[in-house]
Design a protein around this ligand. Sequence first.
Ligand code: F7E
Length: 341
Amino acid sequence: MKALVTGISGQDGYFLTQLLKSRKYEIHGIIRRNSSMGTGTMALLPDEVRDEVEIHYGDINDAHFVTSIIAREKPDELYHLAAQSFVGYSFQNPFSTYDSNIGGTLNICNAVKDVSSDTRFYFAATSELFGHPAQTPQNENTPFLPRNPYAISKLAGIWTTRTYRDAYKLFISNGILFNHESEVRGPEFVSRKISIGVAKIYRGSNNPILLGNLNAVKDWGYSKDYVYGMWQMLQQDTPDDFVLGTGESHTVRDFVEAAFKEIDIGLEWKGSGLNEVGICNGRTLVKVSKEFLRPLESENYRADYSKAKKKLKWEPKTNFQQLVKIMVRNDIARLGKAGLE
Ligand code: F7E
């Protein structure tokens, strides 16, 4: 079996590559060329996995590049993970977010239709489509009410893939994945920002962690569990859309408390709004900064993943506490080797 992965250098690409390798796939990955020729999370893969991946440098916004690679490789499975995926950035740069997330997805849909219509194609949709959901928990039938440019771009993406699936009888499955994190998550996302901040404090830093909305409610799971669900979606007889999540809601504040608990620090909260701080023994360890507040927040996230459970036999294996532990311990170990940055 041959798989092509866009966005292979991101967090999900890291876990998906290892899963595909363990299943003996021939793996091809697309990475956008940059001046440093950085390969992101691929640099963290075990040598024997990384060495087996054929990297194609190029941009998914380049229709000619996308079509030629899909025509040449004719992959059995295509995982379209590449995106501008940071919601905060999408408020500052909506145009480039739309360009990559809508234009890139459209290029892939067209290429699959024109030159490789037997390819099974996974599209990374998102729980951000629910925005300000009318119901909790959210499932595949919950209306999409996006509240940020990233989510709007993914709304266009999912309707593009659904339309191509119906119009041209393509095998395209959409994963509506809730937040999924890990030890290789980008440091701009709140989970990793917290785990790195806590690890630094454990290693002696005096800098408090600066955060935005502590009351945002998310459903956080472990990326490694979710890429298995992606793969399963492409092993079904028919294409479909699936919600993956844990069914548990937590606030950013819960994440912070759980992370500090890993280093035996019990936080106490004082003040409110921009003046709220997390302290322990008179020392300020967490502060709120308006720099990290968003113009609009998505709300009340909790996944109802019963369809995936029934049809894919998929279930998350890692709960919230285990996820926080994995992340904090990993960052403590990493900083131990590297010293404080
Ligand atoms: O924010 C709040 C922030 O940036 C989580 C992406 O993978 O999941 C991710 O999107 C929450 C938000 O992820 C800070 O306001 C507070 O409510 O880690 P995040 P996200 O926006 O939920 C979805 C499912 C995707 O599809 C996306 O691609 O945390 N928050 N303080 C903060 N967020 C950040 N980044 N930094 C803060 O200091």
